[in-house]
Design a binder for this molecule. Structure first.
Ligand code: ACO
Length: 366
């Protein structure tokens, strides 16, 4: 068995202490903690500390990491000046990636912190630039999630909003050997450096089969418009051969535990929002209809709600435009890419699998 024809499903390509995805039980463990123990209870900085401990020389304690990450946001902000008219016209993920590519490469703490800070700084700047608004400089003295929202909107967010973004960033911080993390580990294994590894990661994240799905989830909710339209709309989409965005997963055969963590975050946020309860009601109706239809149409395939479905509802409620959702995903997952890249480098192994040649044979060998 080459594994290649099946997209390497089930092939173990790395040993890791960072996270474990149990697709049959629907359980995610991040460095010894279940997702439920972390999401909504820890800040992004605390979760970063958990992932990076032992991976980087000189890593400060949790309090020190908050201060250093704040300072790194200020350093990363210097690159925003490079956001020219050409980059402003590109899709947000391409603009964020281009700014990240300006950061120096290397393997030390300084490089790691600036990278860790960078998508959270670049994403609000890119969103604002597309609207003709000037970027807002970071405030190194507040939490990472709160500062990301402040750089987006220009004023400090309500505590519930910062808590919701923290819950999101922690929920998606790491997830086994997903496509972007694998790409980051492959680049890191060549000793290319952390920036190169993160650029490999963000490029793999871009596609709709991985991190690019939540934008289309919003298109789906907008297209459906009201709960009573859900079934007819979804049936028509499947009749056209479309996939329902936010459903199905390469590893989870049951419900993705991150969907529940994010739904809880949306429910908390909805308590203080006039519009969100209605949007949540629509999302719940669409989810129920989609699960019912998928079960009926694909009885042999366990297709359940994945992380992207409630990601879309949450990030929309926080004020991020849907075309930039994948950039917010990268703002959390960057911690996983850095931790995995360091773990790969520390293992000392170059990733170099084999391929199975199925092309034409030279005439002399036939
Ligand atoms: N809607 C309708 N049908 C689906 C869906 C879906 N969302 N997902 C899978 N299927 C069907 C496929 O059409 C296929 O059917 P067939 O065998 O009759 O041809 C079957 O289920 C298996 O599809 P695969 O692509 O082989 O399944 P895989 O497990 O590799 O797919 C994936 C996982 C890519 C996430 C898929 O479920 C999908 O495209 N989902 C929609 C996009 C999405 O939500 N992406 C975000 C994923 S989460 C993340 O990466 C962060």
């Amino acid at each position: 068995m080459t594994g290649g024809a099946d997209g390497l499903r089930g092939v173990v390509a790395a040993e890791t202490v960072l996270s474990d995805v149990d697709g049959a039980a629907g359980r995610l463990i991040i460095r010894g903690f279940t997702l439920d123990e972390l999401a909504g209870r820890t800040s992004f900085e605390q979760a970063c500390h958990l992932l990076l401990e032992g991976m980087l020389g000189g890593l400060p304690d949790e309090g020190g990491l908050c201060a250093r990450l704040g300072a790194a946001r200020v350093q990363a902000f210097a690159e925003v000046a490079a956001l020219d008219a050409e980059l402003r016209g590109r899709p947000p993920l391409e603009a964020v990636r281009a700014l990240m590519a300006r950061l120096p490469d290397g393997d030390d703490l300084e490089v790691a912190l600036r990278l860790l800070a960078s998508p959270a700084v670049f994403t609000p700047a890119v969103i604002r630039a597309a609207k003709g608004l000037a970027p807002i400089a970071p405030d190194p003295g507040i939490g990472h999630a709160a500062d990301m929202l402040r750089m987006l909107k220009g004023s400090e967010p309500a505590p519930a909003e910062a808590t919701a973004l923290d819950a999101y960033l922690v929920t998606i911080i790491d997830h086994g050997l997903n496509a972007s993390t694998f790409a980051a580990r492959v680049a890191a294994s060549t000793l290319a450096g952390l920036t190169s590894a993160a650029l490999a990661g963000i490029s793999a994240l871009k596609g709709p089969l991985h991190g690019g799905a939540p934008g289309p989830v919003i298109d789906m909710l907008d297209g459906i418009g009201a709960p009573e339209n859900a079934t007819a709309w979804l049936e028509a989409a499947l009749d056209r051969g479309d996939r329902l965005m936010g459903f199905g997963h390469g590893v989870y055969k049951v419900r993705d535990p991150r969907a529940d963590a994010l739904k809880r975050a949306v429910q908390s946020l909805a308590q203080a929002s006039p519009e969100l309860p209605g949007r949540l009601k629509l999302a719940e109706a669409v989810e129920a209809a989609a699960l019912d239809i998928l079960r009926r149409r694909k009885p042999d395939r366990p297709l359940n709600t994945n992380v992207e479905f409630y990601t879309a509802v949450l990030l929309e409620a926080l004020g991020f435009p849907h075309e930039a959702f994948t950039c917010v995903f990268a703002s959390g997952r960057i911690a996983g890419w850095i931790a995995h890249a360091r773990e790969q480098v520390l293992s000392g192994r170059l990733i170099r699998p084999s391929s199975h040649y199925v092309g034409p044979v030279p005439r002399e060998a036939a």
